[in-house]
Write a protein that binds this ligand. Structure first.
Ligand SMILES: CC(C)(COP(=O)(O)OP(=O)(O)OC[C@H]1O[C@@H](n2cnc3c(N)ncnc32)[C@H](O)[C@@H]1OP(=O)(O)O)[C@@H](O)C(=O)NCCC(=O)NCCS
Length: 179
């Protein structure tokens, strides 16, 4: 029988994230840790049921990061949802992958954790036959904008006063196919 501290190897993913970290699919037990990271690192909070519904509906792309020596403590997460929207050209419904949230605790940043979270989750949402990846980011959030540009996301437009405090958002898109 395994101990609490033992990692289940099959649940871990192989993204190259250095020797100290592990990433894996989020579980119900992880949600408290995810919420803790979110509340510490981002001004946008969500109720528990919101996280739970993302986990229930899009489990393959809800991924968490932890340290190898403390695999139960969540230090980063990413979550996506798939949205069905009418295409501009022919009004058929198409799928978009919307990045709901990503955050890494401050003391673990600049170590490639977000890069690994994106590397693992983007192929997972791609399985949903999406036309594009989309996200919003505060216009002042230089680290995140840089991260997304590194993954070839482009600024598509500005959403005025998108955030509750009145800050504008860049709406960024990475196209998967032309529609
Ligand atoms: C943005 C954030 C998720 C990046 O996480 P991270 O694990 O530190 O990112 P990585 O180490 O994988 O960095 C990947 C790339 O992102 C960019 N980047 C990350 N932090 C940066 C910083 N402080 N300044 C400039 N660029 C930065 C760089 O291009 C970096 O590549 P490089 O290290 O080769 O230069 C993290 O800073 C964070 O959690 N911020 C608070 C929450 C947040 O803003 N979430 C995004 C909301 S839209």
């Amino acid at each position: 029988m395994g101990t609490d501290k033992e990692a289940k190897p099959s649940t871990y993913m192989k993204s190259d994230i250095g020797p100290d970290f592990l990433i894996r699919r989020c579980t119900l037990e992880d949600l408290e840790g995810v919420i803790e990271v979110n509340e510490r690192e981002l001004p946008e909070d969500y109720p528990f049921f919101f996280y739970k519904s993302i986990l229930d509906n899009f489990p393959e792309s809800f991924i968490v990061a932890c340290k190898k020596d403390n695999p139960k403590k969540i230090i980063g997460y990413i979550m996506w949802r798939i949205e069905k929207v009418p295409s501009l050209n022919n009004l058929k419904l198409i799928n978009k992958a919307h990045l709901v949230s990503i955050a890494v605790s401050e003391d673990n940043r600049r170590k490639g954790v977000s890069t690994a979270l994106l590397n693992e989750s983007m192929p997972a949402v791609l399985k949903e036959d999406i036309s594009e990846y989309v996200l919003e980011v505060r216009v002042s959030n230089y680290p995140a904008i840089n991260l997304y540009k590194k993954f070839n996301y482009k600024v598509h437009s500005i959403k005025k006063k998108y955030y509750r405090d009145g800050e504008n958002a860049y709406f960024m898109i990475k196209k998967v196919k032309n529609i």
